[in-house]
Design a protein around this ligand. Sequence first.
Ligand SMILES: Cc1cc2nc3c(=O)[nH]c(=O)nc-3n(C[C@H](O)[C@H](O)[C@H](O)COP(=O)(O)OP(=O)(O)OC[C@H]3O[C@@H](n4cnc5c(N)ncnc54)[C@H](O)[C@@H]3O)c2cc1C
Length: 388
Amino acid sequence: MDLQLTEEQTMVVDMVRRFVRREIVPLEDKLDPDTDELPEEDHGRLVAMVKDMGLYGLDIPPDYGGPDIDMVTRTLIAIEMSQHRAGLYAPCYGVFGGAGLAQLFEANDDQKQRYLYPTLRGEKKVFFGLSEPSGGSDPARAIQTRAVRDGQDWVINGQKLWISGADKADYGLLFARTDSDKGRSGITCFIVETDWPGFHVRRIVHTLRSARYATELQFTDLRVPDANILGEVNKGFAIANDRLSRQRIPYAAVCIGVAIKAHELAVEYAKIRHTFGAPLASRQAIQWMLVDNEIDIETSRWLTLVAADKARRGDPFRKEAGLAKLVATEAGGRVVDRCMQIHGGLGVAKDMPFERWFREMRIRRIGEGPNEVQRHIIARDILGMSLR
Ligand SMILES: Cc1cc2nc3c(=O)[nH]c(=O)nc-3n(C[C@H](O)[C@H](O)[C@H](O)COP(=O)(O)OP(=O)(O)OC[C@H]3O[C@@H](n4cnc5c(N)ncnc54)[C@H](O)[C@@H]3O)c2cc1C
């Protein structure tokens, strides 16, 4: 892998950095600390600017109107784009499409007309429904939601838990068991609309996240036509798995961006804050925290870029994406924690973004596959064992 950024990459990174510092940070400074969405007019203006810069929908293939930007450059952009208070949300201002969209590029023409294109135009929202009360780490075994054939339709009964944004979505990808004897080969992906009879948002689940939440869903005789099967019957698990591996790279990248921003704030503060007649920056205890931040940031950055480079080349990248997700989420949490400590009382006040990043970073060790599961995947890869 070439460690030197190309001229084009340097230019794009500079452009995004200026955009974040000039346009996003000043607006977010005025926001309620627990909100991550700007007023509609500001949000719309930023999305228009992202479009003008040619960065809208980085995960949308060029054939569908997305920019033709390689995975390494996309990762560099995500790292820059997240250096602000709501930075842990990769879909911020349309830079990434969000959950569920990636799989729809594999949909048939009819499904693309009904779901993909309206979503790309911003007219419809999608959710990704895999996890259930019975477990999210090992969905191949845990999925209990069942779909049973009835004429030209399927009838779905069951529950999902932790599903982000389902209460505001128009439709979603719903993974259900269609053959109970076949484990991961018995799961099918259905496209379901949220206003169909039998689809019910049972409750909102509040978490450490303040502004965003998850939902619990209930399906009671939810009737889905054959035409709404994404891919093939019993081949849905591969659809879910592919999405999870790909998502881990931008998921890691935004943690790195937030860690960089937190570290930058701590470095500035350590220079100006005095205790016992000297700046914090002169104390070895503080210097070592800053050095440890550098170690965490650089380790995460390079592991994530290596995963992105493998994905760009079309090489297998499952292990590298898992390593990047694991290291960046844990390192990001440590960096934010140290920066909080350096800021003293101010570190835990809502005047500063640390307490919010601290909460959000904690969730990241669980979301997109808990870190223990990443270790499980990597260990199996090292030992040459198949995943069971
Ligand atoms: C805020 C939020 C939003 C989410 N959004 C979505 C969404 O939109 N769509 C969706 O489908 N899911 C979503 N999830 C679900 C998320 O992916 C799951 O929470 C996650 O996969 C873990 O599943 P679980 O909570 O059932 O924990 P479990 O599977 O019960 O695991 C519990 C714990 O056991 C440990 N563990 C598990 N397996 C192993 C192992 N092999 N070795 C060692 N330890 C292990 C881990 O520490 C894990 O945290 C979301 C979760 C949260 C918190």
